[in-house]
Design a protein around this ligand. Structure first.
Ligand code: UD1
Length: 363
C-alpha cells in the first residue's frame, strides 16, 4: 500500500516524524514522502529533518512563497503530477497549512482516499487561513484522525459520519515526549547565558499580529514593560522580521535591552528553551498544546483558539494583542500565580501508532 505523506511547512515536520517511524512496523506500507517546499530556509525546514531523523523526501516540489492562491495553486499543479506518476493508494496530510489543503484537493478530485491528521479542531474564525484549510480538508477526507473529544464533536456537528472519525490523540506530543529530555539538556541555554526559568519564550508570526502595524505596536508596547522585569527570548519568524523592517520598528525592538531576538531555531534548540522557560508568550497553535503538556503557563496573543481544551483544563490564557491584558497576565505569572493544568490521557506519546494502525487497516 503506497502512502503519499505530505509535508510543507515547519509545523508539519514534528508531526510526520513519528508517523513515518511507526509505519516501519508494517511491511505492507510503503511511504512516499512529498515535501511541497512551502518552507525552504534551512532553519524552517532541513534542520527538522536532521534533528528528528526524518528521511530525505522522495519528492521535493520546491513551490516556495507566494500569495495564498498562488502558493496553493502551484502545490496543486505539482502534486497532481506526482500523484499521476506514483499512483498512491492513500494520501496522508497533517495540520492546517496551505500544503495540507492543496494536496487534499488534488487527491479528492482523483478519488484517492485522504487521511487527515489533526482533524476536527476549529477556532470558528474564518479570517484565519488555517481555519479555511481545516474545514475544507476535513470535508473531503476519508479518515479523520482527531486529537481530542472536542474535535470529534465539531466534526459530528458538521455532518461527518461517525465511521470516518477516529480519536487518536495529538501526534505532536509523541515528538515532544520523545525528545523532551534531550532538548532540556541542550546547550542553547548556556550558549545564550540563560538560567532555567529566568526568561519568557516568545514567538509571534500570525498575519493579524504582525501584518497590521497597530496590533504589532500594541504587542511591542507590552513587551517594553515586561522586559523590565524578565528577559524575553524571541526566535523570529521571517514574516515578522520583514514587517519590523517594513514598519520601521527596528529602533523600538533594539531599544529593549532584555528582549533577546534570534533567528528561527531547530526543534531541539527551541524545545530546550520551552522546557526550561518561566512561561510562554505566543500566537502559535502547537505551542498552546505543548505548554499544557509541560505544565508551563502560556499566554496566547489571539482572540480565539482551535485548542479550547488548553484554556479550559490546561495552562493557556487568551490575551489578544491587548497591551494591558498581556502585561497584567504576564505579571500574574511572574508573581507565581500562573495557571497549572491537566491534559487528555490520550496525549500519551502513542498517537502515531494509532494513526498508522487505522491506515494499515484501511483496505
Ligand atoms: C505558515 C502557515 C501557518 C504556520 C506557519 C509556521 C499557512 C496558511 N500558514 O505561515 O499556519 O503557523 O507557516 O511557520 O500555510 N519565508 C521565508 N522562508 C521560509 C518560509 C517563509 O523567508 O522558509 C517567508 C516568506 O517571506 C513568506 C513568509 O515567510 O512569504 C510567509 O511564509 P508562508 O509559508 O506563506 O506563511 P507562514 O506565515 O510561514
Amino acid at each position: 500500500m503506497k502512502i503519499a505523506c505530505v509535508v510543507g511547512a515547519r509545523p508539519n515536520f514534528m508531526k510526520i516524524a513519528p508517523i513515518l517511524k511507526a509505519m516501519k512496523e508494517y511491511s505492507n506500507l510503503e511511504p512516499l514522502l512529498v515535501h511541497t517546499g512551502q518552507h525552504y530556509d534551512y532553519e524552517m525546514s532541513q534542520i527538522f529533518f536532521d534533528e528528528l531523523d526524518i528521511p530525505k523526501p522522495d519528492v521535493y516540489l520546491g513551490v516556495g512563497s507566494g500569495s495564498h492562491a498562488n502558493q496553493t495553486a502551484k502545490i496543486m499543479i505539482a502534486f497532481e503530477e506526482v500523484v499521476a506518476e506514483s499512483k498512491p493508494d492513500l494520501i496522508l496530510v497533517v495540520g492546517d497549512v496551505n500544503s495540507t489543503l492543496a494536496c487534499t484537493l488534488v487527491g479528492a478530485k482523483l478519488c484517492i482516499p485522504i487521511a487527515h491528521v489533526e482533524a476536527g479542531i476549529r477556532s470558528f474564525d474564518r479570517t484565519m487561513p488555517e481555519e479555511i484549510n481545516r474545514v475544507l480538508t476535513d470535508s473531503v477526507s476519508d479518515y479523520l484522525l482527531t486529537p481530542n473529544e472536542g474535535a470529534n464533536e465539531n466534526l459530528k456537528k458538521e455532518g461527518i459520519p461517525d465511521q470516518k472519525i477516529t480519536l487518536v490523540g495529538d501526534v505532536m506530543i509523541d515528538t515532544l515526549l520523545k525528545y523532551r529530555d534531550k532538548a532540556s539538556s541542550h546547550k542553547i541555554l548556556s550558549d545564550l547565558g540563560l538560567e532555567k526559568h529566568s526568561y519568557i519564550l516568545m514567538t509571534l508570526h500570525r498575519p493579524f499580529n504582525v501584518d497590521i502595524k497597530a496590533n504589532f505596536v500594541n504587542i511591542l508596547n507590552a513587551l517594553m514593560e515586561i522586559q523590565q522585569r524578565i528577559k524575553i527570548v524571541f526566535p523570529m519568524h521571517p514574516r515578522t522580521n520583514a514587517r519590523i523592517e517594513e514598519f520601521g520598528l527596528n529602533d523600538m525592538v533594539s531599544n529593549m535591552k532584555n528582549l533577546v531576538t534570534l533567528n528561527p531555531l531547530g526543534y531541539l534548540e527551541f524545545m530546550g528553551l520551552m522546557v526550561n522557560s518561566k512561561s510562554v508568550l505566543t500566537d502559535s497553535g502547537g505551542m498552546q498544546t505543548e505548554t499544557t503538556v509541560l505544565n508551563i503557563p502560556c499566554l496566547t496573543m489571539r482572540e480565539n483558539t482551535e485548542r479550547p481544551e488548553t484554556i479550559k483544563d490546561g495552562t493557556n490564557t487568551l490575551v489578544g494583542s491587548n497591551t494591558q491584558l498581556i502585561i497584567e497576565e504576564s505579571v500574574r505569572i511572574l508573581d507565581g500565580n500562573g495557571k497549572t493544568g491537566v491534559y487528555p490521557e490520550i496525549w500519551d506519546g502513542h498517537t502515531s501508532e494509532r494513526i498508522v494502525k487505522v491506515i494499515a487497516h484501511s483496505r
